[in-house]
Design a protein around this ligand. Structure first.
Ligand code: SAM
Length: 271
């Protein structure tokens, strides 16, 4: 089907297959063709690119991606959408849909395989908001050969993630592998059903390997954000905590968000 995002096409598909958007799966479908085209423009994809799309929904974004990308590999958790997607995307030979929870995908293997055929592999997704952080973490910690992530998230999440002065385990993870920027604000009115807040597209350029030991430092370091790094890491390093912090030149009364990614990377050497 052409122009799936047109309101009439969306309504037709949802009515025909009796699909109610599922809150459980964070379903807010894009229903504005112009917005989707603008989103696709921000990704700079071409025929040498394979796009991995998380959650195609009824296929509105997937369709537009397929005009620019070499291949679009979609992961959709909701099997109710099978018939819809067969009708909406069936004619697009460079789109493949796999019905699987993206959080269970072995991304490293998948991307290794795609890299044999495509110069660039990237992720484009209008993310289900209920698992935004889990999905970003899953992608970053997979240590795959992905080039970039282009993800729609809630606007306030995008603003926080791109604020140089805001730090969380996730922002440190992102900083350790590359850089993040905000590409575009998207009004809540271009979704059906409309969410309560506006959205934004973030771009994460991936250019460094992820150090998996960071997982074991960042979470304990932020157990209690208001407490000092000493207090938070005591449970991990026990009586050695003071010495380790000293060796890393980290003041023990600092709060976890006051450290730099370099500090956390140094700390991983003591695990
Ligand atoms: N891409 C469509 C669009 O822009 O109109 C739909 C986006 S909707 C916000 C999120 C999509 O992600 C839904 O299709 C939902 O079923 C799917 N989804 C939710 N959790 C998922 C998961 N763990 N793995 C794969 N897809 C998921």
């Amino acid at each position: 089907m052409k122009d799936i995002a047109k309101k009439s096409n969306t309504v037709y598909l949802l009515d025909k297959y009796q699909i109610q958007a599922s809150k459980k799966y964070g379903q807010n479908f894009l229903i504005d063709l112009n917005t989707i085209k603008k989103i696709v423009n921000t990704t700079n994809i071409d025929k040498d690119t394979c796009v991995i799309e998380i959650g195609p929904g009824i296929g509105a974004l997937s369709e537009q991606l397929s005009y620019h990308a070499g291949h679009v590999l979609c992961y959709e958790i909701d099997t109710r959408l099978k018939d819809v997607l067969e009708e909406s995307l069936g004619e697009f030979k460079n789109i493949e849909v796999i019905y699987q929870d993206f959080l269970t995908v072995d991304l490293k293997n998948v991307v290794d395989d795609l890299k044999k055929r495509y110069h660039r592999v990237c992720i484009v997704a209008n993310l289900p908001y209920y698992i935004t952080s889990d999905i970003l973490e899953h992608i970053i910690t997979s240590n795959s050969q992905l080039s970039s992530i282009h993800a729609m998230v809630q606007k306030e999440v995008a603003v926080k993630l791109t604020d140089q002065n805001y730090h969380s385990p996730l922002t440190f993870m992102i900083e350790s592998v590359g850089s993040i920027s905000l590409d575009m604000i998207v009004s809540k009115n271009v979704f059906s059903p409309a969410p309560h807040v506006d959205s934004a597209i973030i771009r994460i350029e991936l250019n460094r390997e992820y150090n998996p030991l960071l997982n074991f430092i960042l979470k304990p370091a932020f157990t209690q954000k208001r407490k000092t790094i000493y207090n938070n890491l005591k449970g991990l390093f026990h009586e050695k905590t003071k010495d380790i912090l000293e060796e890393c030149h980290i003041k023990e009364n600092k709060r976890p968000e006051e450290l730099k990614i370099e500090d956390y990377l140094k700390l991983t050497q003591f695990l």
